[in-house]
Design a protein around this ligand. Structure first.
Ligand code: MIC
Ligand code: SF4
Length: 645
């Protein structure tokens, strides 16, 4: 039987397990990336593992998230990461060099390789034919040390693309369409593999927009073939030697299939507050817009910037709109500076930001109260922009630029002829902002530079026989990691200070949560479906661990967050009967009866509701290794125990 690209990539990296969907497989990881908001923790974890030099083919540490320096904290963290990178054999992408996924695609991504990154949008690499996944910082640290990365063997969804996009319709509209069909829960346990005639009409950056935002489906990853288009991109990046061909066998068998005729797509937008609340721009209508932000790892490539500049050229941004633009990398910024496109943006009145995540993660540019903001980003979760009552719409660069000019949500097709965009055949290559690591010899004498804001990470204890605690918080479906552990300019500088971060845990849902659980000393969280979607931030597990959360009991979990809970030693449990969720109330006194024995014996766990005198059956999806991790009280304890043995 023929194989899909996904199966080929997994097979060539398989270290343990069998390729049976739903079971655990261990993969060899060729490349890793980190960013600064999750990287500090990942490198603290790496340091605690006594690893002299990383063992991957390539590891890169990017600085792109915490670039607003309103105190010493972020700058100290950058310095810490830089010192670890230099000593341990990791390349360091200096602040200003760009957003991790954009730079990685340009300079390091290689078809056929595996990549994990401590950022949920690592699947961007799927645009160049990598098997690229987001992971918790600890998993990335383990991979840097040469350890295996474990995933559930995914099902493969064939996304059959036919036709060609019409002018003014963009790659962003393709992924918005997939999100409309599949929803933010639709991709859990699956890889979205793109194929069909339509693929060859999409450039690598356009493919990367699609695989990037595939993260919002909850998918393990998304992947495109590596073809002549990929080869041309690599050639333009002066890396032709990195190209290999990658395609599915003609008789490959897929688990599911969806078809999209590119020529039938129209400009679309995801409405507040979920990336799957997708409608066409014309259906939503001409709502008044206060702000437009262009950039982020989804839409900040040279092509995106050139389109925006061409639309803005010779015009003026509407007086009631603030337009900000952050080109994705130094390469992109430099190229639009040299070819004059930057000047067209500045002339039209755009506020040019540095090449970094910026407003996408609430690092500045929060909209006005009840403001409507159109963003070319990938997430519009409540509060993420820094303004709780703002309404964020996710759109293509074309819709964003057109609306910035008119002042209302605009179908860009109204602007008439699509401008002609000329792209150079070669990118400007200058890797001077990527610092190479020291040689092993020189590295011996190098010091790691810790700042005073870096606090030890919380310790966890082995699983107890039975656990009695209150349902300290009950939340609904689709709870994101931005609810659990918010980001934003005020909080992000404390990503290496768990005690401080703990004050903000769940603040979006319930401002008293942190105080209440501190008073109790421990507790359980009750959640609905797709709990923990969004970011890979392990802080959404480490902070609850610090506060005493013993188990999270839900209808279902998002992949990366579930793995992070296990790594932190917090039990992820699911209701056998989802209706039991309704029987429980916040504040109920609960007991996980003989939970340790149940896990050891592979039997369902009983949750006793002491307040209501009822019992519910709970299940879990844990491999033997994951059970051992939970029993040991987290991955760090487990690793220490295994090395002692
Ligand atoms: C995000 O887009 O939510 C982030 C910020 O990039 C996160 C990582 C983080 O929380 O640091 C992600 O996507 O994993
Ligand atoms: Fe940065 Fe936003 Fe991309 Fe996350 S989604 S990596 S914050 S640009």
């Amino acid at each position: 039987m023929g194989m899909t690209i996904t199966q080929k990539l997994i097979k060539s990296h398989l270290v343990s397990g069998e390729m049976i969907p739903g079971t655990q497989v261990g993969l060899k990881i060729d490349q890793t990336l980190t960013q600064d908001a999750t990287g500090t923790m990942a490198y603290l974890e790496l340091e605690s593992m006594d690893i002299d030099r990383v063992k991957t083919e390539l590891s890169v540490a990017y600085i792109d998230h915490n670039t607003l320096q309103t105190g010493f904290e972020n700058a100290d963290d950058h310095r810490f990461i830089q010192s670890v990178a230099k000593k341990r054999g990791i390349r360091f992408s200096r602040p200003g060099n760009g957003i991790c996924h954009q730079v990685h695609l340009e300079r390091f991504g290689k078809p056929g390789k595996t990549l994990i990154g401590s950022d949920s949008h690592t699947p961007t690499g799927g645009g160049i034919g990598m098997f690229a996944m987001g992971a918790g910082g600890l998993d990335v640290a383990v991979a840097m040390g040469g350890g295996t990365y474990y995933i559930t063997m995914p099902k493969v969804v064939k996304v059959n693309l036919s036709g060609k996009l019409n002018p003014w319709v963009a790659a962003k509209d393709v992924i918005l369409e997939v999100l409309r069909i599949e929803t933010v829960k639709g991709g859990v346990g699956k890889v979205f593999e793109y194929c069909g005639e339509g693929v060859k009409s999409l450039s690598v950056p356009e493919r990367a927009t699609i695989t990037n935002m595939g993260a919002e489906l909850g998918a393990t990853t998304s992947v495109f073939p590596s073809d002549e288009v990929t080869k041309d991109f690599l050639k333009a990046q002066k890396r032709e030697e990195d190209w290999i061909e990658l395609k599915a066998d003609p008789d490959a068998v897929y688990d599911e299939e969806i078809s999209i005729d590119l020529s039938s797509l129209v400009p679309m937008a995801a409405q507040p507050h979920m990336p799957d609340r997708v409608k066409s721009v014309s259906e939503i209508g001409k709502i008044k817009v206060d702000q437009v932000c262009i950039g982020s790892c989804t839409n900040s490539s040279l092509l995106d910037m050139m389109k925006v500049a061409a639309i803005l050229k010779g015009k003026t941004v509407c007086p009631t709109v603030s337009l900000s633009i952050a080109p994705g990398s130094k390469q992109v910024l430099n190229m639009i500076a040299k070819n004059g496109a930057l000047s067209d943006m500045i002339d039209a009145g755009a506020r040019i930001l540095e090449s970094a995540c910026g407003p996408c993660i609430g690092m500045g540019q929060s909209p006005n109260s009840k403001g409507i903001s159109l963003r070319t980003f990938n997430r519009n979760f409540e509060g993420r922009s820094g303004t709780k009552d703002a309404g964020i719409y996710l759109v293509s660069p074309e819709v964003a630029a057109a609306s910035a000019l008119t002042g209302y949500l605009t179908d860009p097709r109204e602007l008439g002829e699509f401008p002609v965009i000329e792209l150079a055949d070669e990118f400007i290559i200058n890797d001077n902002m990527i610092e190479l690591p020291a040689s092993p010899e020189e590295a011996k004498d190098l010091e790691i530079l810790y700042g005073p804001n870096i606090k030890p990470f919380p310790s966890s204890s082995p699983l107890e026989d039975s656990i009695e605690a209150k349902a300290i918080l009950k939340v609904g479906d689709d709870i994101t990691t931005d609810h659990i552990m918010p980001a934003g300019a005020k909080i992000l500088p404390y990503r290496s200070n768990i005690p401080y971060l703990s004050k903000f845990c769940f603040a979006v849902c319930d401002e008293s949560f942190s105080e209440r659980i501190k008073a109790e000393g421990k507790g359980f969280i009750i959640g609905g479906a797709n709990y923990g979607q969004g970011s890979s931030r392990e802080h959404a597990a480490l902070v609850p661990l610090y506060l005493g959360v013993k188990a999270v009991i839900t209808k279902s979990f998002a992949r990366i967050h579930c793995a992070n809970l296990i790594n932190a030693g917090i039990l992820p449990l699911n209701f056998v009967n989802p209706d039991d969720y309704d029987k429980l109330d916040q504040g109920d006194e609960l007991c996980l009866v003989d939970v340790k024995d149940s896990i050891i014996n592979d039997s369902p766990v009983t949750l006793k509701n002491i307040t209501k005198d009822e019992s519910y059956e709970l299940k879990y999806d844990l491999s033997q290794r994951q059970k051992d991790i939970i029993i040991a009280g987290g991955l760090l304890n487990y690793t220490k125990e295994s090395t002692r043995r």
